[in-house]
Design a protein around this ligand. Structure first.
Ligand code: PMP
Length: 428
């Protein structure tokens, strides 16, 4: 494959955009090489600026659960755009998507739309703090909740001690209110809670983590967290930016039958346009401005094009009751295929999968938290990534990301992917 045009576009971009990209992981920093510039996409495939075709396993990092340029979404956006692209006034479609979202996710009564997952999580935490009248929050090492200051806190600084900022620009003042705990370790979370009794407003978690590879909750971790929160009067926030409307119509909450107090959404809920949302029962949501004291706003929030895309996507998912089962079956097929060829080629690996999320770590040990994920062999991952790219398979350019399976993938695509894994892993 040739990447001449991508290379020259990247050079041009680097002059006027920091690092040439508008979101860091796109720059291939973790795997090396020049990022591929996308030109267009349809269904399961992405086409780059040099004319190469890829079977896509990123799917815009999750939104394209039914494939790229999904006709109902594209048509809804085109039709809406003709009527004006933004008003800064309420519109009927905002209520329509809110009604549908709250009907699909059973424990939420009101939902507020924002423009990104970052905004959703940032606003959810502010709401939790305002509602609970406490300042501290607990997050888990290896979980990502967007780039707002409270969440950019490093792992490894000791769960009970104050967090340390891992990005310059995040003040110690902000960092000290974010406490870190270990994913899948309820004893550790309990210790942090006990050491900060009466001071913790909320615990925020990705119910299935997708930012250290795919990490499922184990040994009823979510149920135990729910109980701990109830015992200590702490609000539980599920960051379902990845898992919402992906693992089931009701997301991870439905899959695990554990219900959070506040739920954050992004990705699928916007059908590929910039949308996030946070939702809860009335008692909590009515704490928001304009009826409550917690301020939160957005000039383009509830934007008609974004709402049209999101509504078309949710309608499609709501109408097809078999879609989540089909996605899980396709993902399981991949899992089995990968295991078979990696075993045959004597490659150490550990595969995690939940619904349509899957990841491969090149290590034999079980991967269940940040430390075990970080311990996997990144050199092998780099070889794997570039090998797959050459075979026309586009996976996330980092071992710390999950793959997102779309329903547009055919079993021929899956077979081609398994074959590529076989070919690539023979050379490790
Ligand atoms: N939460 C989770 C779980 C995410 O995976 C992401 C982004 N990948 C975010 C929040 C932030 O969303 P955004 O990039 O739309 O701000």
């Amino acid at each position: 494959m040739l990447y001449q045009r991508s290379s020259s576009l990247f050079k041009e971009a680097e002059v006027v955009i920091p690092g040439g990209v508008n979101s860091p992981v796109r720059a291939f920093g973790a795997v090396g090489g020049t990022p591929v510039f996308a030109k267009s996409a349809k269904g399961a495939y992405v086409y780059d600026e040099d004319g190469n075709t890829y079977i896509d396993y990123i799917n815009s990092w999750g939104p394209m659960i039914l494939g790229h340029a999904f006709d109902p979404v594209v048509n809804a956006v085109i039709e809406k755009a003709k009527q004006g692209t933004s008003f800064g006034m309420p519109t009927a479609i905002e209520t329509e998507i809110a009604q549908l979202a709250t009907s699909m996710v059973t424990n939420i009564e009101k939902i507020r739309f924002v423009n990104s997952g970052t905004e959703a999580c940032m606003s959810a935490v502010r709401l939790a703090r305002g509602f609970a009248k406490k300042d501290k929050i607990i997050k888990f090492a290896g979980c990502y909740h967007g780039h707002s200051d409270s969440f950019l806190i490093a792992a490894g600084s000791g769960a009970i001690t104050f967090g340390t900022p891992n990005s310059p620009g995040v003040t110690q003042g902000t960092a000290k209110d974010t406490l870190l705990a270990k994913y899948n370790d309820i004893d550790n979370v309990t210790e942090v809670v006990e050491a900060n009794k009466g001071e913790i407003a909320c615990i925020i978690i990705e119910p299935v983590a997708g930012n250290m590879g795919c990490i499922p909750p184990k040994d009823n971790f979510l149920q135990k967290l729910r109980t701990l929160c109830d015992q200590h009067d702490i609000l539980l926030i599920f960051d379902e930016v990845m898992t919402g409307f992906r693992l089931a119509a009701g997301g991870a909450q439905e899959l695990y039958n554990v219900y959070a107090d506040i739920v954050c959404f992004g990705k699928v809920i916007g059908g590929g346009l910039p949308v996030g949302a946070f939702a809860a029962r009335n008692e909590i949501m009515d704490y928001l401005a304009p009826i409550g004291p917690v301020y939160q706003a957005g000039t383009l929030s509830g934007n008609p094009l974004a709402m049209a895309a999101g509504l078309a996507m949710l309608k499609a998912l709501d109408a097809d009751k078999t879609v989540f089962k089909r996605l899980a079956e396709k993902t399981e097929y991949l899992h089995q295929g990968f295991s078979k060829v990696l075993q045959k080629n004597n490659v150490k690996h550990s595969i995690n999968r939940v619904g349509s999320m899957i990841s491969i770590h090149f290590e034999e040990h079980e991967v269940f938290d940040f430390e075990t994920s970080a311990g996997a062999n990144n050199e092998t991952f780099k070889k794997f990534f570039h090998g797959m790219l050459k075979e026309g398979i586009y996976i996330a350019p980092s071992a710390f990301e999950t793959w997102f399976i779309s329903d547009a993938l055919s079993y021929d695509d899956l077979d081609a992917t398994i074959k590529a894994v076989d070919k690539v892993s023979k050379n490790f």
